[in-house]
Design a protein around this ligand. Structure first.
Ligand SMILES: Cc1cc2nc3c(=O)[nH]c(=O)nc-3n(C[C@H](O)[C@H](O)[C@H](O)COP(=O)(O)OP(=O)(O)OC[C@H]3O[C@@H](n4cnc5c(N)ncnc54)[C@H](O)[C@@H]3O)c2cc1C
Length: 441
């Protein structure tokens, strides 16, 4: 919605928003808890309220919507094949396409838990939809596997709705959800969190009767002799989201194997020219504000493409260095780096305190930022101010070609020279080097 509104506001001409659902808003509609929009709108909204803000914005901008419309295929030539009850099968030729299909939950098959297949095993998001939108309770005594945000929020919701949440189990030695959700959803409700624990068996034939849990070692393998049973009638799985990228794969663009989403430029353009992407389809977000930020960039990028005003010139790849699991976007235009602030999103590999997040080009730190705490569960953002990276810093003739060359090697590098890259890394803070909380160049 944010991408569509922004594209339209930036003069993209006719903008159509297609969704297979019967209403706009995506996952926000089932997130009736508050905590949305704190950064961008300076308000604490529920998911549907946050969605409403952008539904209005899209409508006011003149975006056309097609609901109950399933997109079946997107082609490299930017044709969309979609179907709905009114129009039947349709083909639409677009000048630019923004993919924003979100993510789906990893289910029991994704985590391989032995045992029978009784009723009562749900993903946390499915349970959320049952409780918040359909008015059904999934069970009365609940165990949650995984400390992702959806599981934490559902532990609290089910407690408020009268269920007993026996435990939340997390296989990693640290929580996967936001700190505020650990505090508000577990600590405040008196729900125990067991770190380095997993479910090793599910009991029951017709309906879940209980689970066996065990402590895991540093290789995440259950430690024999540490098992114990918890009686419950429901097991909720909150074990991760997977970007919904079947359409992206059809287009044939380059994928990032860490995020599971497409490789994108700082315009949020995929490696297929004219096809953009934003939100959970690119990488899994914990804050909707960042989804919206990315969507604005994608909308602006699509409008620029339609107007024939895309940045030209050379590009540089980003790379995750020490302490970083991945960085998005993957490709930066030197023109953009020179003329505007460029935002990078990344995740830390492990929790750390008092660190510098550094952007490094050719061994030189071009920009860095102090972070008091970084955690894998919380997205880190680094905004490189305009002009910090100039073609000169890349060395003569080192930068790669324009967007169309995302998958190719620069002519300048074809002789085996190094591909230019901007490495982002986390280093322990040198206490004496800069004022606490400041950013240094
Ligand atoms: C349960 C949960 C709780 C969260 N809680 C918070 C919170 O408290 N605070 C916060 O800031 N953030 C929260 N987030 C994060 C944030 O809300 C989401 O990351 C964000 O809303 C995702 O937006 P999206 O547009 O990428 O995807 P989605 O909202 O999933 O939207 C994708 C849309 O694409 C449509 N679609 C997919 N495939 C097709 C197709 N082939 N054809 C047509 N349509 C298709 C779907 O119907 C859907 O409407 C939460 C996320 C979840 C999942």
């Amino acid at each position: 919605m944010a991408a569509a509104a922004r594209a339209k506001q930036c003069g993209a001409g006719r903008v159509i928003l297609m969704d297979r659902d019967r209403e706009l808003g995506g996952i926000l509609n089932q997130c009736i808890h508050n905590g949305f929009g704190l950064q961008l709108l300076s308000q604490e909204l529920t998911g549907p309220e946050y969605a409403e803000h952008f539904i209005s914005e899209a409508r006011d901008a003149g975006v056309e919507t097609m609901l109950d419309t399933m997109v079946l295929e997107v082609t490299q030539s930017k044709q969309i094949v979609a179907v709905n009850r009114d129009e039947g099968l349709m083909r639409i030729d677009a000048k630019a396409i923004v993919l924003a299909m979100g993510a789906r939950e990893r289910n029991r098959g994704g985590v391989i838990i032995p045992g029978m297949r009784p009723a009562g095993v749900f993903t946390a998001g499915a349970a959320q939809r049952f409780v918040n939108m359909e008015g059904y309770m999934p069970g009365k005594r609940i165990v949650v596997l995984g400390s992702g945000d959806i599981g934490l929020i559902m532990a609290r919701r089910l407690t408020w709705e009268g269920a007993k949440v026996e435990a939340v189990l997390e296989i990693l030695p640290f929580p996967s959800g936001l700190t505020r959700n650990i505090v508000q959803c577990l600590n405040d409700q008196g729900i125990p969190l067991y770190l380095s624990h997993t479910v090793v068996d599910i009991h029951g034939e017709e309906r879940v009767r209980g689970v066996t849990v065990a402590r895991v070692d540093s290789n995440l393998r259950p430690i024999p002799g540490t098992e114990w049973d918890i009686e419950c009638d429901t097991l909720l799985l909150s074990v991760g989201l997977i970007p919904e990228n079947e359409l992206t794969q059809d287009v044939g663009g380059e994928l990032d194997h860490v995020t599971g989403g497409p490789v994108v430029t700082d315009e949020m353009e995929t490696s297929t020219p004219g096809i953009f992407a934003c939100g959970n389809v690119v990488h899994i977000h914990d804050l909707v504000d960042n989804v919206t930020r990315e969507a604005w960039t994608a909308g602006e990028g699509a409008a620029r493409l339609v107007a024939g005003q895309q940045p030209g010139g050379d590009t540089v790849r980003t790379r995750a260095g020490d302490g970083i699991r991945y960085v998005v976007p993957h490709v930066l235009h030197l023109d953009n780096l020179a003329s505007r602030d460029v935002r990078l999103f990344m995740r830390a590999t492990r929790p750390a305190e008092r660190v510098q997040v550094e952007a490094v080009v050719g061994g030189e730190v071009v920009f860095s930022k102090f972070e008091r705490v970084v955690r894998p569960a919380e997205m880190v953002m680094l905004t490189i101010p305009a002009g910090k990276v100039s073609p000169g810093k890349m060395g003569p003739g080192k930068a790669g070609p324009n967007r169309a060359g995302l998958n190719t090697v620069s002519p300048n590098c074809a002789d085996g020279g190094p591909q230019p890259e901007l490495v982002v890394r986390i280093t322990p803070r040198d206490r004496d080097s800069a004022a606490e909380g400041g950013e240094k160049a």
